[in-house]
Design a protein. Sequence first.
Lengths: 349, 293
Amino acid sequence: MAELILKDLHKSYGGTEVLHGISGDIGDGEFVVIVGPSGCGKSTLLRMIAGLESITSGEVRIGGRVVNDLEPAERDIAMVFQNYALYPHMTVRQNMAYGLKIRGLPKAEIERRVNEAADILEIRQYLDRKPRQLSGGQRQRVAMGRAIVREPEVFLFDEPLSNLDAKLRVQMRLEIRKLQERLGVTSVYVTHDQVEAMTLGDRLMVLNAGHVEQFGTPLDLYERPASVFVAGFIGSPAMNFLPAEGIEGGLLRLENGATLPGARGAGPVTLGMRPEHLIADSEGPIRIRVSVLEQLGSNTLVHGTLEGTEREMVASLPGIHQIPEGEVLGFLIRSDELHQFDAATGKRL
Amino acid sequence: MLKRVHFPPSLLPYLLVAPQVAITLIFFIWPASQALYQSFLIEDAFGLSTEFVWFENFIALFKDPIYVETFWRTAYFSLAVAGLSMGLALVLAAFADRVVRGATFYRTLLIWPYAIAPVLAGALWVFMFNPTLGIVAYALDAMGIEWNHKLNGSQAMLLVIMAAAWKQVAYNFLFFLAAMQSIPKSVIEAAAIDGAGPLKRFWTIIFPLITPTTFFLLVVNMVYAFFDTFGIIHAVTQGGPANATTILVYKVYNDGFVGLDLGSSAAQSVILMVIVIALTVVQFRFIEKRVEY
């Protein structure tokens, strides 16, 4: 077990830079999820930590040791791949024992560790099967078993659940979390699924186009998103964004002329409002013309446009509502739940 | 239930397969049956009379020490050719698989020898190793090795093995490379993380995973060495010196068309036919059963 420190990591392919200086300290036993849209460089970052991609500049430290020039095998890490990457010609037992055998562990010790891992993952009865005789979820367990028998300093997960069906994914998500807590191994987990990220991680590193947008706890990200990108990425349904302008008297003027209190400066800003934070109020300044309702039972999603404009907006009302199409509803928002971003840079104000 | 589609009876499908059927009948079935028939006959030296002798030709062959010797020589030759060419191809493919830059360039170069006709390949090696003119023979001479495959039987054998193997390397290389590239990259990476170095990865992961290809190539190479090497041997040594490079297929030609012992020659080709059929059966059986994963 060890801490993992990333220091100003850059990665270039030929002349194009894909990672522009990633830094972050991951504490001993911490579970960090790297999340971002496809192509943001999150898998590349993970592979650089693993040693499968070279590091253009910067530093990766595992347990105080700079591992930049070490082979993957020497970094004391274990990785779980998206497609499981099991050795198809070996049994489950051989798959799990492979790494230990290469490291020259005594037979009894290998046997003990494999059995122990098999018990934890409940795959004891499959030990003598080949991977092709297993289902997706079972293969995933074997892949994790192969990682835990090694007792590494760091676990790396590369979208391990994206090949599973929705139900199994939720179940495995919980199991991974429980397993990590039980073993207490520092873990880095890559995913593009924000729900997975929110539920698994102690902290989330949101990547966008090779930059760290924000690195914080899930609630941090939800309550105080550092940029428009993070705000839009975390939370479902996604946050509403409205252009506005700070005017005299500390007011914010929307496109349709309505005003809200609580401006944090003058000039153009982007306002962010979570659908669940909009409170229905007939006198409310935010007026939405209703187009479609989504009935979820516990709440109702109201889709519409800001009155007088074409801005799409969503509000979430608790309980069941019947609202005719074309009706205009008023909404309020608490000023501490009203996010304001610089219109030019997208950074939080 | 699948619905069956019925077509009205028509002559067209028969017409379409007719050329292939005709070719098979004329060039395969007919000569093969002729050979089979011939193998039961003995003809006198002047071709005036023939006599039906049942299996006498075969019995004579297996009692003939020269034939038995040729049999073992052929086994040695084909194993050596298959082993050498597959071994070289495997090494080349393993390296080509790791090349990132200029991969297409290397591959193109490595595939070229396959496009060369056997006789030309033979001619190439004859010139290089010609005892009086050859550049390699000259170099060997400078190193104190006397090269004369026209007198030295084992040198002649070595030469035809090299020529035949070299020609087949490209083909084997293609199949090995394709097999290696069909192994998911993440499996290799997982092995690297598990601590296996390149050589260990090759023997414990890559090689077992390409076993089906290896076996397929083994059979193909055996068949190649048995038959397609005729052109090379004919160009390089004509089976000599003193039969040192006469393999079964060359003996068929020699006995039949040079020695004019048609009955024995036919019997030998029937034996070859049986060997090919056996190899093919083994191959199909194996491929059906042993697809590992």
